[in-house]
Design a binder for this molecule. Sequence first.
Ligand SMILES: [Zn+2]
Length: 364
Amino acid sequence: MKIKWREQWRALVLAVDRMWGGRSEWRGRGYGPPGEEDDSVVDGLPMDHLSRSALNGFSTCLLDRACTSRRDSRWLEEQLLSDSARLIPLWDSKNLFNGEDALQPVFFLPSEIEDMLHEVTLTAFLGVDGDVSYVAFEVPSREYAETLAEYGSFRDLKSVGALLDERESNLLAYARGIIHWHRRNRFCGDCGSETMIMDGGHMRVCTNSKCGMQHFPRTDPAVIVLVSRGDDCLLGRQPSWPKGMYSTIAGFVEPGETLEGAVVREVWEETGVEVESVHYHSSQPWPFPGSIMLGFHAHASSGEIRLGEDELEDARWFSREDIRRGVAEGAVRLPSHITIAYRLIEDWFNSDGRSELRKVVERG
Ligand SMILES: [Zn+2]
């Protein structure tokens, strides 16, 4: 049975809107830490992981990715050249925006950039939304990138994501992630020969006839976890972060490791804290440059912090009052509200039912 993904998502978003009177209201009314009842419901059912992940930034994809049709080169060409196509430029892993405070991503009709399209060598079909097809492409040279300055400026999506409509931010994240993958896979990892784009940009094939290896877009799994103990949660900071910024513990999953095993290892390596239980929370695409963040809540069985030699310059146990006071005084900063790190902290913070982190941050 064909899955009508776009319709499913729309139904989900409508259910969220009905339940909480809008997505922003839903934030902060999520799932408590392990062991506590999940009292959030959508249409009479407990909030599931699909719904919870939809609250993370860059996560609201309404496209039909047309996985079968995109293998048909004639169909693809029609999509690309049609005036119902919207072309999304990427240059130096940055997306194009106009405006300053109210940023709008810039998409092009094929006819608007006809000359440039003759030079473009890297495109990836993203999917269709109604009658509109979305295609990401890499601007072919710095000269062309400079000519696009009349339409706006190229910016890092990570730094401006909070200013965007959530569905547009997902589209731009998808475009950024897949173009980045292509840039890093121009040569076959097996024999070293050049690879060529296939399936509308969802596969590369080695051009060496003796090899012919197929390469598919990859996303690197990384775990991220809110560890709690009693009334406290464990947050750490990296030396490169802005002053006062603290966040959840995170790290990449290694070969031969479960996601939960990676949580236990990362927390131990970075903070010396032992974790005794791990519960999945939600996920978030994180194309900076090519990850998916897999979020967890966990309980600690030990409280003593012993920092590892790499990554963190500090880690602490924070009570809700520590966070409330730290944010109010400007001594503590939390990650942007579009990150899964914030959502993990928020759901833990709000689970005592006394106050909402969103209000604490807005006041701070
Ligand atoms: Zn090869």
